[in-house]
Ligand binder design. Structure first.
Ligand code: HEC
Length: 119
């Protein structure tokens, strides 16, 4: 009788341990999913877009091929539709690459701030 009770207790403990470990395991992927969210947000950030897609041609401080005298409207249009330089490489069009007018305006504002900090 005592041994039976012991076995039963052992079985119950075992079941609880299993449930516990499953519950714990289901918490871990949740935690890693949460840490993924900021990565996605950062990838969409204006500064990151500039650094990864634009800085190679316009320089880290937007000192190349960016005329401060021209209007925001002109610059937004150049980002959306592209622009031809005197010789290649030309300015690609970004409208078809996931940059809308709002993002383009944010990029222009960011480029102006980089340039102001550089001068
Ligand atoms: C392959 C090189 C290249 C890349 C990459 C590039 N650009 Fe350009 N960009 C140019 C060239 C060349 C021009 C044309 C300059 C001119 O009018 O002579 C230009 C023009 C512009 C203009 C208008 C500047 C002016 O004074 O008329 C803006 C604004 C601009 N780019 C922003 C960006 C942004 C924002 C990105 C990234 C999303 C980007 N560019 C990526 C080469 C590039």
């Amino acid at each position: 009788m005592n041994i039976r009770r012991l076995k039963l207790t052992a079985a119950i403990v075992f079941v609880f341990a299993m449930v516990g470990s499953v519950a714990f395991r289901s918490v871990v992927p949740d935690a890693s999913a949460e840490t993924l969210i900021p990565v996605v947000v950062v990838a969409d950030d204006t500064a990151t877009i500039y650094k990864t897609k634009c800085a190679m041609c316009h320089a880290p401080k937007a000192t190349k091929a960016f005329d401060l005298e021209k209007s925001d409207e002109h610059h937004v249009n150049a980002i959306l539709k592209g622009a031809k330089a005197e010789k290649p490489p030309h300015m690609p069009e970004y409208e078809t690459k996931g940059i809308d007018a709002e993002k383009a305006q944010a990029l222009v504002t960011y480029m102006r701030s980089l340039r102001a900090a550089a001068e």
